[in-house]
Design a protein around this ligand. Structure first.
Ligand SMILES: [Zn+2]
Length: 361
């Protein structure tokens, strides 16, 4: 028996965030302009539509839209050839990356690729990642050129990212998608989301911000007026309800809200203070990390990202503690909880966790 969940995200009395119907329109000819969120939370929500960072020596693009060109390893082609049941195509196409072993080791690779709807230079590239691969099948000796475009035709046959070694002939080998304007061939396929999905996720993540018990006060202390906060929150709720993004039962089931309708961390399920969106992470003395963009609350994937299942979806993204997110990483929440239970149980002495005996001050 479950009690019907309630939400603190209720429409304020007298507010009409969206006028509907003729009568409403004539009574309120001008819909009020929806105020912006405080900058830090606005940026944080915006960035959820982007991929993670990538440095110059990897094949991935650095922090670009999740709707960018996806890179699909050849071995994953069958699993990843269509983005989802609902969508048959990636918005900005895809590039299949095949290893030199797979390419040169097959009896009739061109026919094999063709039977999968693939062709080298059209939607497929050979991807060199090791010096041994490079030496065994040197692209120069094959008359190959590096790829230059992310869409058909790709402008070449291969791409290379081989790190430097200490030996004399061991300089790094980076070819294809290395210029400032074209850095990185694409994004990890499992980070992909289409434009509409990105927008829905942003709306729902804003609703989770407003569902923190102290969001109203925190919004005001970060620059909004009370009136603006009420208006913005009501507008967000309306949009979420219009798109079925605020189903309390589903949000609770997904560990994003508790039964009281307040936002919780998906791992430790303690209620979140929306102040965590604005405060920098407390860093242990002596271990200062010079990354001031680290805040206490992070984007949390409920089901982890993996090949063959796009997970940047509504009802799968919550906010959680930075520390909890680090612990879960790619393992999954439930698996992490079981691991934590085992760790605690192994550490019990006579049923108790050991106490700190020597407090060094
Ligand atoms: Zn937590």
């Amino acid at each position: 028996m479950t009690t019907k969940p309630t939400s603190n995200l209720s429409l304020p009395s007298g507010s009409t965030p969206k006028s509907k119907g003729k009568a409403a329109r004539s009574a309120t000819p001008k819909t009020p302009k929806i105020p912006n969120l405080p900058k830090l939370i606005k940026d944080k929500i915006y960035k959820t539509g982007q991929t993670r960072g990538a440095d110059d020596d990897v094949i991935y693009q650095n922090r670009v839209g999740r709707n960018s060109t996806v890179l699909i390893p050849y071995a994953m082609w069958e699993k990843c050839c269509v983005p989802s049941e609902a969508n048959s195509e990636y918005e900005n196409s895809y590039i299949v990356l095949i290893s030199p072993e797979e390419y040169f080791g097959a009896d009739n690779i061109e026919a094999e690729l063709k039977s999968n709807g693939l062709a080298l230079g059209v939607n497929t590239l050979v991807f060199y990642e090791t010096r041994a691969q490079w030496n065994a099948h040197n692209p120069d000796s094959l008359g190959w050129v590096k790829a230059t475009r992310r869409r058909d035709p790709l402008g070449g046959n291969f791409v290379a990212r081989i790190s430097a070694t200490t030996s004399e002939s061991g300089g790094k080998i980076n070819h294809g998608f290395t210029t400032t304007a074209m850095k990185g061939a694409g994004i990890r396929v499992y980070e992909y989301a289409d434009t509409a999905t990105i927008a829905k996720c942003r709306l729902q993540l804003e609703a989770l911000f407003w569902s923190c018990a102290d969001s109203h006060e925190v919004a005001i202390s970060n620059g909004m007026t009370g009136e603006e906060a009420v208006l913005r929150k009501a507008d967000n709720l309306q949009k979420c309800q219009d798109q079925n993004l605020f189903d309390l039962a589903q949000l609770i089931e997904a560990r994003m809200l508790n039964a009281a309708g307040n936002t919780v961390c998906p791992l430790c399920i303690s209620e979140l203070s929306s102040q965590g969106f604005f405060s920098r992470l407390d860093q242990a003395e002596g271990r200062i990390v010079h990354d001031l963009t680290v805040t206490q609350l992070n984007l949390f994937h409920i089901r982890e990202l993996r090949f063959g299942g796009l997970n940047h979806l509504p009802y799968n993204l919550g906010w959680g503690h930075h520390h909890c997110n680090v612990v879960v990483k790619d393992s999954g929440i439930i698996e992490t909880l079981h691991w934590m239970k085992e760790v605690v149980e192994r550490n019990l002495i006579d049923g108790q966790l050991p106490m700190v005996s020597n407090n060094v001050s």
